[in-house]
Design a protein around this ligand. Structure first.
Ligand code: TXA
Ligand code: MG
Length: 336
């Protein structure tokens, strides 16, 4: 299959591919998504095949306007309406009771469906032209870091999908926050740029699912199936190092050697005795989210064998950065 490069001024071509049951990668404000018609089971199955994604990991359905919601959700609780008012369009996914018309392929057989209204103008325009909800996981091969540029999409999926819409770098850089309203207390299943603090300002108390920060036990049922896989991982081995800047630098410098790299904030780079790949600035969490996935890919490109990563804060957007990085490390964390 040849993968067509589609420029954002030609979104009608992307819409044509999607309404014909094909696969097209599209830019969103978080990461690139691999889109298909969410109401077409055969199209949705192609997503799993192209990514090599496990069948039991459900997808997010993307809408452009609230009038698409009843097609997906059987019921919209008042808390979901408040979230939609506060954060849509934007990087927030809400888990809702599913409508009977949503294929089991999208929800992996669950009776809930994940819904998001992205803010990216190109994504919104494509959804509007199709007049369909689009199922879209991140447009990477399963297990790899999510793509934040069209070049990264092409590196993983060229020849496996019908088209890539060639937008620029994604603004946020990590996937949307996923929140479940099923329990008594709203629960974050995956942290993102809509932070726990922002959600609590709208909903009151918000809990963190325990899979956000810790390795699920083998065989354990997790609320968000996507959290149980080794994820976001480059080929090289990554170890997260927690501790003050001086201790991080000393820890890494004591281990310098062939193929050893640092994945660090800009503030640390000059003091390190090993090659450094920078993933943002310590004082700017948004820059960390924006830089992390490309930095993980760069480590492989530069021939890194072992990488010591500087740990982000676990608050604000830093929580999302920590959640992705700790998975890229396979939960391999040391204290300096
Ligand atoms: O920002 C994003 O969310 C991007 C862009 C493309 O919109 N999409 C994305 O999709 O990250 P994906 O498939 O990589 O992640 C979807 C996450 C997974 O962790 C999955 O397990 C969870 O959402 N999920 C989907 N449906 C669910 C459901 N019904 N209940 C619980 N978790 C669900
Ligand atoms: Mg993904």
């Amino acid at each position: 299959m040849t993968t067509e490069r589609i420029y954002p001024d030609n979104v009608t071509e992307a819409a044509r591919i999607l309404t014909d049951g094909g696969l097209c990668a599209i830019p969103t404000e978080t990461v690139y998504g691999l889109a298909a018609n969410a109401l077409d089971p055969a199209a949705v199955r192609k997503i799993f095949a192209a990514k090599g994604r496990p069948q039991d990991n459900p997808l997010i359905a993307h809408i452009a306007d609230l009038d698409m919601l009843p097609v997906l959700a059987r019921e919209v609780p008042p808390a979901a309406t408040r979230l939609a008012e506060a954060f849509w369009p934007g990087p927030l996914t809400v888990i809702l009771p599913k409508s009977p018309g949503v294929p089991g392929e999208v929800t992996a057989g669950l009776d809930t469906v994940a819904v998001r209204m992205p803010a990216h103008p190109v994504a919104r325009e494509i959804i509007r032209l199709c007049r369909l909800p689009l199922a879209a996981p991140s447009a990477n091969l399963s297990g790899k870091p999510s793509p934040t540029t069209p070049e990264e999409v092409a590196a993983d999926l060229d020849g496996r999908i019908d088209g890539i819409v060639w937008g620029g770098r994604c603004r946020v850089g990590v996937e949307s926050t996923v929140i479940s309203l099923a329990g008594e207390i709203p629960t974050i299943l995956r942290p993102g740029a809509v932070t726990r603090e922002m959600l609590e300002a709208v909903l009151g108390e918000v809990a963190l699912d325990k899979a956000v920060l810790s390795r699920p036990d083998p065989g354990e049922r997790v609320a968000s199936p996507g959290m149980k896989y080794r994820h976001y991982a480059p080929r090289c081995r990554v170890v997260m190092v927690e501790g003050e800047r001086d201790r991080y630098v000393a820890y890494v410098n004591a281990r310098a050697g062939e193929g050893v790299y640092a994945l660090c904030f800009a503030e640390a780079a000059a003091d390190l005795a090993v090659p450094a790949v920078v993933y943002g600035e310590e004082r700017d969490q948004a820059s960390q989210a924006n830089g992390l996935f490309s930095a993980l890919r760069e480590l492989d490109e530069r021939g890194c064998a072992l990488c010591y990563a500087e740990a982000p804060e676990k608050s604000g957007v830093g929580l999302a950065v920590y959640n992705r990085l700790v998975r890229a490390c396979g939960f391999n964390v040391v204290k300096a």
